[in-house]
Design a protein around this ligand. Structure first.
Ligand code: GTP
Ligand code: MG
Length: 193
């Protein structure tokens, strides 16, 4: 995909604030700090379009990015970050679920899991929400650059098994550092456009 333009459009909390032009949307979910914003910046070749941080909980609203005037990337708040008050987590969660369950232009959700760890309870919960909402979902295993060669196959197999992904299901290994997985992810997006 040739990215000619990538622009931040709106930071939304309510459906009234979402874009109204019905262009296709691709959303990114996963626990706090898993690398959602970094992945989007990497795909778009923009350094800090989606704000990243080593402090979990950076993204707190639904951020829409207009790509080539043709479709949107949607950066969602991370879940599972322990250090914010429960009331705040509940509020973020509501915002996110409202978006995922009722968004007609939503073509696909990339669900990110950290390649180094087994998927969490919260990851399973999110996948359940996506399944219920019947949104096409792609699993992406992030930060694969942090795995040693010897760990790699084992970790990816563990993730597949843990999430019940059969031989025909896709798990894309990804790294914002080495750009591994960029081509594969764009291919999926292009196929859905
Ligand atoms: P929230 O907005 O808090 O939910 O986090 P996020 O999922 O958007 O994560 P973000 O992209 O901000 O990245 C979190 C941290 O992980 C940052 O310090 C990134 O530099 C780092 N990181 C992200 N992707 C990678 C990767 O592929 N490899 C390595 N080594 N570090 C990464
Ligand atoms: Mg983020």
């Amino acid at each position: 995909m040739l990215v000619n333009s990538a622009k931040f459009v709106v930071s939304a909390l309510k459906p009234e604030q979402y874009p109204r032009d019905r262009r296709p949307e691709f959303a990114f979910v996963g626990r706090s700090n898993v690398g959602k914003s970094s992945l989007q910046n990497t795909l778009l070749r923009r350094k800090e379009l989606a704000r990243t941080s080593s402090t979990p909980g950076k993204t707190q609203t639904i951020n829409f990015f207009d790509i080539n005037g043709a479709f949107y990337f949607v950066d969602l708040p991370g879940y599972g970050y322990a250090k914010v008050p429960k009331s705040m987590k509940d509020a973020w969660n509501k915002v996110m679920v409202a978006y995922l369950q009722n968004r007609e232009p939503l073509r696909m959700v990339a669900a990110l899991v950290d390649a180094r760890h087994a998927p969490t309870e919260r990851d399973h919960h999110m996948l359940h929400i996506l399944e219920e909402a019947e949104v096409p979902t792609l699993i992406v295993a992030t930060k694969v650059d942090k795995l040693k060669r010897s760990q790699r196959a084992r970790q990816l197999a563990l993730i597949r098994r843990n999430l019940g992904i059969g031989d025909d299901g896709m798990v894309i290994p990804f790294s914002a550092v080495t750009r591994e997985g960029v081509r594969e992810l764009w291919q999926v997006v292009e196929d859905l456009l």
